[in-house]
Design a protein around this ligand. Structure first.
Ligand code: ZN
Length: 292
């Protein structure tokens, strides 16, 4: 069986509380050999790190999601550095900008609240790009209705930090702008949906070596599981549609997407375990204390 990676999962969510070992077992049985579990705030990131310590095939990303900025500390960097130094943290994120829902949708909020919300998202994104650059890590980018601002903010980091624009649903033109900055796109189960034709068109236009696969589980289960809890094993169903769209074999898609992921997450995927072998940076042991 050819292998695939799930480059974006939320295994720390309560959805998996009852059966996570079985979920990971099913992923292995489906040929999913690496899972990157993504933090959405400091506690979630600490849980992700803890899971990476428990399961050899699980790696972690540490970050703060843009829609959670109201609860973010003024300066996220010190705590994020603690997490980023852990030997199984392979990226920063998820981070980025999301203008899909703005405070002014509520009657008690004004355009000034929108401006504040966007400014805080930009500050927290900037801090995460800085920590990524310091640690030589790449970023998991969440972008919704904010493409121009997201590209403008990541552009000065080109050559130092790459982003994967995860759960990509924008058009081929947007994909080309992202790839031109040295960043990547990744596709979820949306690509299997009946109404997912525009995503299939974008994937068809994407260079085979500039894309990755992900579930974004527990969300976005692919067909035929749409609407149910998603899990990393379902990368298999996503890969079948992506291979069809790309006109390649599963083996070719496996080779291309795993090579891309190995480069993007150099600590995760077996090519470069130097960080794993070296002594952990001081401070990371306090993570476990943070969540125990
Ligand atoms: Zn996510």
């Amino acid at each position: 069986m050819v292998e695939f990676f799930d480059t974006h999962a939320h295994l720390d969510y309560p959805d998996y509380e009852g059966d996570l070992p079985q979920v990971i077992e099913r992923a292995h049985a489906a040929g999913i050999t690496r899972i990157i579990t993504i933090g959405t705030d400091l506690e979630s990131s600490a849980r992700a790190v803890k899971l990476s310590e428990q399961f050899p095939a699980v790696f972690a990303a540490a970050g703060w999601h843009p829609t959670n900025v109201a609860e973010a500390p003024e300066d996220l960097r010190p705590a994020l550095r603690e997490l980023a130094g852990h030997p199984k943290v392979v990226a920063i994120g998820e981070t980025g900008l999301d203008y899909h829902h703005l405070p002014s949708e509520k009657p008690e909020c004004s355009p000034a609240d929108d401006a504040h919300y966007k400014r805080r998202q930009a500050e927290i994104f900037q801090q995460q790009l800085e920590v990524a650059a310091e640690f030589g890590l790449n970023c998991i980018v969440h972008q919704r209705s904010a493409l121009a601002d997201t590209l403008a903010q990541i552009q000065p980091f080109a050559g130092r930090v790459r982003g994967v624009f995860h759960c990509f649903v924008d058009d081929a033109e947007a994909m080309r702008r992202i790839v031109a900055l040295g960043s990547l796109v990744s596709f979820t189960g949306i690509i299997t949906f009946k109404n997912g034709q525009s995503v299939r068109d974008t994937a068809a236009a994407a260079p085979l070596d500039q894309l990755m696969l992900e579930t974004d589980c527990p969300y976005l289960a692919p067909a035929p599981y749409r609407g149910k809890r998603c899990e990393p094993a379902y990368v298999r169903e996503i890969s079948q549609v992506v291979a069809q769209v790309k006109g390649c074999t599963p083996g070719e898609l496996s080779a291309a997407t795993c090579a891309t992921a190995r480069k993007f997450f150099p600590n995760a995927c077996g090519r470069n375990f130097s960080r794993l072998r070296s002594a952990p940076r001081s401070g990371w042991k306090c993570i476990v204390r943070l969540i125990d």
